[in-house]
Design a protein around this ligand. Structure first.
Ligand code: MN
Ligand code: MN
Length: 316
């Protein structure tokens, strides 16, 4: 059996104890670990509503309801993978470069040990330092991004190149991701010009808008993602604003007219057969959440990533 597993909620009530993701042990080690969940409580990269620094705490609090068996994917997640909650990165609020350096430095030994990282955000700028750590260990990665925004802008506010709207532009420039092996799913909402959507395709990404996505079945999307990623190691970046704000109100840059939680999770679960180096669930802003709607959904998305990773491990 894996060394690190969640507390058994049939033995101790799930509302008891200190909150960690899925009630996993809070330890900082690289020994006997397959997946490390790590909080990235940073929101200085946000360009609209702020407060995602409290996202990791909210996701962890909701995640204690998760159970070890995923019936949709038929996998016993925690019998397959040894998982820990590594705690939070000590970021520097207000200072984006310093915080990004701290995130990369914290993830680097995990990535070097071959551990799959699951980051809990935090605004989407955290994906860049995550990718820096993972690419340093594994080489350039394929990106599978669920998001209502492409996050490929060049800069904001007169040359600010590091925000939650720019991480994947920087990741391409730095050679951390391979656009031709990468998929962006769910783009929608008003833009600055007619060429904005074309940008992703011009850079080499496979990109489907929400309208294009919802015309296809989860099986078709799974086939598309597998065909694009191939056998490259991949990073899943899941921005909760991918979902309609009715299903994820607690986020800083909502876009109406999106997928339901049922639809979005089905598309995510369809991404089997991929070798994951890491992933994240980002842009959870608890102050705008109600009844933990967004936090529960974000916890579930993280759990689906663990499930996909467990399936990949079982198949290898
Ligand atoms: Mn995003
Ligand atoms: Mn977004």
């Amino acid at each position: 059996m894996p060394r690190y597993q969640p507390a058994d909620s049939l033995a101790s009530p799930r509302f008891s104890g200190v909150r960690t993701f899925a009630r996993l042990p809070n330890v900082q080690t690289t020994v006997d670990v397959d997946v490390a969940v790590i909080g990235l409580p940073f929101d200085t990269g946000a360009t609209f509503k702020v407060g995602a620094r409290f996202g990791p705490e909210a996701i962890r609090s909701a995640s204690v309801l998760l159970r070890p068996y995923n019936p949709e994917l038929d996998v016993q997640v925690f019998n397959t993978l040894s998982c820990i909650d590594y705690g939070d990165v000590s970021v520097v609020p207000g200072f984006i470069q310093e915080s990004h350096a701290a995130i990369t430095a914290t993830l680097q030994p995990l990535a070097a040990a071959g551990i799959i990282t699951l980051g809990l955000g935090g605004d989407h700028s955290v994906a860049l330092p995550e990718l820096r750590a993972l690419a340093a260990a594994h080489g350039p990665l394929a990106l599978v991004q669920f998001d209502s925004h492409g996050d490929l802008w060049d800069s904001y506010y007169g040359g600010q190149r590091y925000t939650h709207g720019t991480p994947f532009r920087r990741a391409v420039e730095e050679g951390l991701i391979i656009p031709e092996r990468s998929v962006q799913l769910g783009m929608r909402g008003p833009l600055y010009g007619s060429g904005d959507l074309q940008l992703a395709r011009d850079m080499g990404f496979t990109m489907l808008t929400t309208t294009e996505l919802l015309r296809r079945t989860p099986q078709e999307i799974g086939d598309l993602v597998r065909a694009t990623v191939g056998d490259h190691l991949a990073f899943l970046s899941f921005d909760v604003d991918f979902f309609d704000p009715a299903f994820a109100p607690g986020t800083g840059t909502p876009e109406v007219g999106g997928p339901t939680s049922f639809q979005g999770l089905a598309y995510l679960r369809a991404c089997t057969g991929i070798r994951w180096a890491g992933g994240d669930v980002v842009e959870v802003l608890p102050a705008l959440d109600h009844g933990q709607i967004t936090a529960h959904l974000a916890a579930q998305a993280g759990y689906e990533f663990l499930s996909l990773s467990a399936l990949a491990r079982r198949g290898s």
